[in-house]
Design a protein around this ligand. Structure first.
Ligand SMILES: CC(C)(COP(=O)(O)OP(=O)(O)OC[C@H]1O[C@@H](n2cnc3c(N)ncnc32)[C@H](O)[C@@H]1OP(=O)(O)O)[C@@H](O)C(=O)NCCC(=O)NCCS
Length: 185
């Protein structure tokens, strides 16, 4: 890691340090592929905790245990987010906390497994948060965003946020991998 990034890592607890290193390694791997000249740049964090990419790029990171995922894109009008979660039911029922009434009713009506559906929707909403926070710069509650998740790896998003939001999701090796892209409406 570049010295500035090592200094950032040194301020963190051992668990967070491991996560930071895993996430920055994933970001760097993406940069090495798409913008090799920038792969040695320090990847610090902004005042909201989001990763700062080299000029001309935006990006997002997620980690789960030893795994990490990163997403980068050329900078433009859009911001992006990525999230990685175990594709397994949560230890506690999180549906009431993260799903709107309509989202919960949809699962009941269709007989969809509430546990797995919850972790998938949690992951998509966290990816959305990472894409929208640079615009709104505030905590966005999980129930401020409503998802219509289709089997083809897309979730349609409804919200009062002044943003158009697109998402994708897939299962990779037992993990949900969700991405989001937000632009001003
Ligand atoms: C910030 C948050 C999204 C992190 O999610 P998580 O599952 O705990 O952890 P992940 O490993 O997936 O993501 C952590 C990464 O998120 C990124 N991140 C943190 N704050 C961020 C922000 N404000 N904007 C964008 N990215 C952010 C960082 O890159 C961080 O990793 P790093 O510190 O190693 O660089 C989550 O803790 C949170 O606060 N969510 C707010 C509510 C929400 O998600 N609402 C959904 C409705 S839109």
């Amino acid at each position: 890691m570049p010295a500035a990034e090592q200094a950032l890592a040194a301020t963190l607890s051992p668990v967070r340090r491991r996560e930071l290193v895993a996430g920055r390694s994933a970001l760097r791997a993406a940069l090495a592929e798409l913008a090799p000249g920038l792969a040695d740049s320090p990847l610090l964090a902004d005042d909201r905790g989001a990763p700062i990419l080299p000029e001309g790029w935006v990006g997002s990171v997620s980690h789960k245990g030893p795994r990490a995922a990163a997403l980068i894109a050329p900078a433009g009008a859009a911001r992006i987010g990525i999230d990685l979660e175990r594709a397994a039911p949560p230890r506690q029922d999180i549906a009431r906390w993260i799903l709107t009434q309509r989202e919960q009713m949809f699962l009941v009506d269709r007989g969809i497994d509430r546990g797995l559906a919850s972790t998938l929707r949690f992951s998509i909403k966290e990816a959305i948060y990472k894409a929208v926070d640079p615009f709104v710069r505030r905590y966005v509650a999980f129930t401020e965003v409503e998802l219509d998740v289709s089997d083809d790896g897309i979730a349609h998003v409804t919200s009062e946020l002044p943003l158009a939001i697109e998402t994708t999701w897939r299962e990779v090796g037992g993990f949900w991998l969700a991405t989001a892209r937000a632009v001003r409406r």
